[in-house]
Design a protein around this ligand. Structure first.
Ligand SMILES: C[S@@+](CC[C@H](N)C(=O)[O-])C[C@H]1O[C@@H](n2cnc3c(N)ncnc32)[C@H](O)[C@@H]1O
Length: 190
């Protein structure tokens, strides 16, 4: 799995954005920040090889709807094998409105993101965030991780500014040192 991840990073560095999957400590940090008791509709952006996916599948309440959006065909193939019951869209997060419509999901309560925002050009950051705002109502929760070492990169700084523009509240978690590289989680409320 790590080899698949690394190979995909080598060929698509700006899409994959990491050399290895997130650790379970980072995944816990991101998943546990949501109010799963009230979340009826949830999505995971960029599950990759599925490091956080089983934790989300376990956290969603019976009757709630959860699906994942992954654009990399290699990762999708692996996810289908690992999680046969997962509703997986092999697509881009840019198309979230249509993907929700297809599933008769009226809005989202929780967006768990594994996307490599700091590798994205600003135009793509904005396109994905704009689309998300069409389905995430006020009070909706969003969380994503970022690498400590990347904080000084211009794209990471731009992304932080975008979060303040799009969300009414943004918090940073403590650093998760048991991740390669060390990372933290942005927890946002629309
Ligand atoms: C940094 S990896 C994270 C993978 C996994 N969440 C983890 O933490 O180990 C980023 C993932 O986002 C996916 N991705 C990149 N751009 C995407 C997009 N526009 N829509 C959906 N997935 C995307 C990549 O294919 C990759 O699987």
């Amino acid at each position: 799995m790590r080899t698949k991840f690394l190979r995909n990073y080598v060929f698509k560095p700006n899409q994959v954005g990491a050399v290895t999957p997130s650790s379970r400590y980072l995944c816990r940090m991101i998943v546990d920040g949501f109010d799963w008791k009230t979340a009826k509709y949830a999505v995971e952006y960029g599950p990759g090889t599925g490091a956080a996916t089983p934790m989300i599948m376990q956290a969603v309440q019976p009757g709630a709807k959860f699906f994942a959006v992954e654009r990399n065909p290699d990762f999708c193939q692996l996810l289908r094998k690992k999680f046969p019951s997962l509703d997986l869209a092999e697509d881009s997060a840019v198309n979230i409105v249509e993907l929700c419509k297809q599933r008769e999901i009226p809005h989202l309560d929780a967006v768990v993101s594994g996307l490599p925002w700091a590798s994205f050009p600003e135009s793509l950051q904005i396109e994905i965030l704009d689309a998300m705002m069409d389905v995430l109502p006020p009070g909706g929760q969003f969380a994503t991780f970022a690498y400590l070492q990347g904080l000084l990169l211009p794209a990471a700084k731009r992304f932080r500014k975008q979060l303040d523009r799009y969300f009414s509240k943004t918090e940073m978690s403590p650093t998760v040192w048991r991740n390669l590289p060390p990372a933290f989680v942005y927890r946002c409320v629309r």
